[in-house]
Design a protein around this ligand. Structure first.
Ligand code: NAP
Length: 489
C-alpha cells in the first residue's frame, strides 16, 4: 500500500455522523485491486483524530439520539430495510468486493453479499425472541434482569471477508441499541463505505454507524482500542493482533470478543463417502484462494486410501479454474496483495524443501499484474513442521497420512489453533467419538462450513475469545442490569 493520491479512481471516505468525510488532516492512501495490481481507489487515511470525531458522533447518537430509545421492533424494521437495500444493490456490492479483494465474483455474489443480506435479516428477527428474566421468591418481592445496550462499540475487521464479517458484527450491535465505529482492514475499505450509505438510506440515524479507514497498529485501529468512551471491541483477525488489542484495551477495561486465526484439520477416514469428501475438501482448502480462517488447510487421510485420495485431489486441484476475478466462471481469483503473496511463496519454498510439491505453487504471469498463484498440493511434510503448524492463508494444502483415530486426533490437535475441523466417515459412532476429542470451536461431520446463524461461532485455544452468532453476539453487545422490586402489600 502506498500513500500517493491523485488517481482518477473511486474515492472512499470515512463515514462519520451520517456523512462521507475526508480525514481531518486530508491525508489519503491507495487501495489496490488484487486482480490487476492497479490502483482501485483513494482512501481517506484516518488517524486517532478521526477516531475521536467518530466516537464523539457515536456517543452523541447513543446519548441524545433516538436509536437506543426506540422499540426493538422499530429498530428491526429499519435494519430489515438495510437487508432489502443490500439485496437490491447486490450486484454493485459484489463487484466492489471482488475488485477490492480479488475473490471470484460468483463467490462475492452468492457467498459474501448474500450473507450480508442474511446478517441483516437474521438478527432483527432473532433478537425479538430474547427474553428478560424474573424471579419472585415471595409475593412482595420481584427480581428482574434486563438487558441494556453497551453504548459506543468498536468493531475491527480483516480483509478476507470484508463486508460479510463487518455486518456480522454491525447487525447484532445495532439491533441491541448500540452505536458503533468500524475500522475496516486497510486493504479492503470499499464495500463498508458503500454499505454505510445504504444504511443511511434505510433510516439508520446519523452517528449510529461510523467508519474510519486507516491502519491498525499505531493508527486508527489502535486508537479505537484505547479510546475511553468505547465500551467494547469486537475484533476479527490474526491471533497476534488479538494479543496486541487485549494489551492496548486493558487500560480502559473494555469488553472483548476475538475471532482469530485457524489451521483447520480435515480428516478423511477409509469409510468416507469420497464422492462428497473430495469436492468439499477442494473447496475447503482453496475457497477465497485459501484465505479463509475456517479453511481445511491440513488434509489427513487414512493410510489405506491415501494413494487414491492424493491422486484424486491433485487431479481436481489441477482443474481449478484460476482467472479474472470478474469472470463468473472463475473458481480461484487473486491473493489479496503482493506482500501477502510473497509471504505465501516463502511457505511454498519451505514446503518444496521439506516435502514434495505435487502440483502448482507458482505465480501465474499470463494473468497480468494481479497476484495470482496456482493452487498447490504437498506431501511428505511432518504434521508438526512449520508448514503444517502455522497459518499460511493461501492456496496450499499439505496431505498427511494417518494410521488410526488416536494418531489423527493427536496430529489434528497439535497446532496452537482450535477454530474449526471437518471429519468424513460413515460410522456414526466414530464421528461422535472423534468430534468430541477434537480441540476445536466448530466441528463439521461429513461437511464443511455448514452454518446456522443461531449456533456459536468461534475458536478454542489461540483461535479466539468468546463466540459470535445467535444469542452469543446479542449477549456480547449488551449488558445485564438487575432491578429488584419490593411491594408493601
Ligand atoms: P490482522 O492483520 O489481524 O488485521 C485485522 C484488522 O485489525 C485490520 O483492520 C487491521 O488493520 C487491524 N489491526 C492490526 N493491528 C492492530 C492493532 N494493533 N490495533 C488495532 N487494530 C489492528 O488480520 P488480517 O490479515 O486482516 O486477516 C487475516 C486473519 O484474520 C487471519 O489470521 C484469519 O484467520 C483471521 N480471520 C479470522 C476469522 C474468524 O472468524 N476466526 C475470520 C476471518 C479472518 P490493518 O488493515 O491496517 O492492518
Amino acid at each position: 500500500m502506498t500513500t500517493a493520491t491523485k488517481a482518477k479512481t473511486i474515492e472512499i471516505d470515512n463515514f462519520i455522523g451520517g456523512k462521507a468525510v475526508k480525514s481531518k488532516d486530508g491525508k489519503t492512501f491507495q487501495t489496490i485491486s488484487p486482480g490487476t495490481g492497479e490502483v482501485l481507489g483513494t482512501v481517506s487515511y484516518g488517524t486517532a483524530d478521526d477516531i475521536n470525531l467518530a466516537v464523539d458522533a457515536a456517543k452523541e447518537a447513543f446519548e441524545n439520539g433516538p436509536w437506543p430509545k426506540m422499540s426493538m421492533q422499530d429498530r428491526a424494521n429499519i435494519l430489515l430495510k438495510v437487508a432489502a437495500l443490500v439485496e437490491k444493490n447486490a450486484d454493485e456490492l459484489a463487484r466492489a468486493e471482488t475488485l477490492d479483494t480479488g475473490k471470484p465474483i460468483t463467490e462475492s455474489r452468492t457467498g459474501d453479499i448474500a450473507r450480508v443480506a442474511s446478517n441483516f435479516q437474521f438478527y432483527p428477527n432473532f433478537a425479538q425472541s430474547l427474553a428478560d428474566e424474573s424471579w419472585t421468591p415471595n409475593p412482595q418481592e420481584r427480581h428482574t434482569a434486563i438487558r441494556e445496550p453497551l453504548g459506543v462499540c468498536g468493531l475491527i475487521t480483516p480483509w478476507n471477508l470484508p463486508l460479510y464479517l463487518a455486518t456480522w458484527k454491525i447487525a447484532p450491535c445495532l439491533i441491541m441499541g448500540n452505536a458503533c465505529v468500524l475500522k475496516p482492514a486497510e486493504w479492503t475499505p470499499y464495500t463498508a463505505f458503500l454499505f454505510a450509505k445504504l444504511a443511511k438510506e434505510a433510516g439508520v440515524p446519523d452517528g449510529v454507524l461510523n467508519i474510519v479507514n486507516g491502519f491498525g497498529a499505531g493508527g486508527a485501529g489502535e486508537a479505537l482500542t484505547k479510546h475511553p468512551d468505547v465500551k467494547s471491541i469486537s475484533f476479527t483477525g490474526e491471533t497476534g493482533t488479538g494479543r496486541a488489542i487485549m494489551a492496548s484495551a486493558a487500560g480502559t477495561l473494555k469488553k472483548l470478543s476475538f475471532e482469530l486465526g485457524g489451521k483447520g484439520a480435515n480428516i478423511i477416514f477409509e469409510d468416507a463417502n469420497l464422492d462428497e469428501a473430495l469436492p468439499t475438501s477442494v473447496r475447503a482448502a482453496y475457497r477465497n484462494q485459501g484465505q479463509v480462517c475456517l479453511a481445511g488447510s491440513r488434509l489427513f487421510v487414512q493410510e489405506s486410501i491415501y494413494p487414491k485420495v492424493v491422486k484424486a485431489m491433485v487431479e481436481r486441484v489441477k482443474n481449478l479454474k484460476v482467472g479474472d476475478p470478474l469472470d463468473p466462471k472463475t473458481e480461484m481469483g487473486a491473493l489479496i496483495s503482493k506482500e501477502h503473496m510473497e509471504k505465501v511463496q516463502t511457505y511454498i519454498e519451505l514446503g518444496r524443501k521439506d516435502g514434495k510439491c505435487l502440483t502448482g505453487g507458482d505465480p501465474i504471469k499470463e494473468l497480468g499484474g494481479g497476484f495470482f498463484l496456482s493452487p498447490s498440493v504437498f506431501e511428505g511434510l511432518a504434521y508438526d513442521s512449520k508448514f503444517c503448524q502455522e497459518e499460511i492463508f493461501g492456496p496450499v494444502l499439505p496431505i498427511i497420512p494417518f494410521k488410526d483415530e488416536e494418531e489423527v486426533i493427536k496430529m489434528a490437535n497439535s497446532t496452537p489453533y482450535g477454530l474449526s475441523a471437518s471429519l468424513w466417515s460413515q460410522d456414526v459412532n466414530r464421528c461422535n467419538r472423534v468430534a468430541r476429542k477434537l480441540k476445536s470451536g466448530m466441528v463439521w461431520v461429513n461437511c464443511w462450513f455448514a452454518r446456522d446463524l443461531r449456533t456459536p461461532f468461534g475458536g478454542q485455544k489461540s483461535s479466539g475469545l468468546g463466540r459470535e452468532g445467535g444469542r452469543y453476539s446479542l449477549e456480547f453487545f449488551s449488558d445485564w442490569k438487575a432491578v429488584s422490586y419490593k411491594y408493601s402489600d
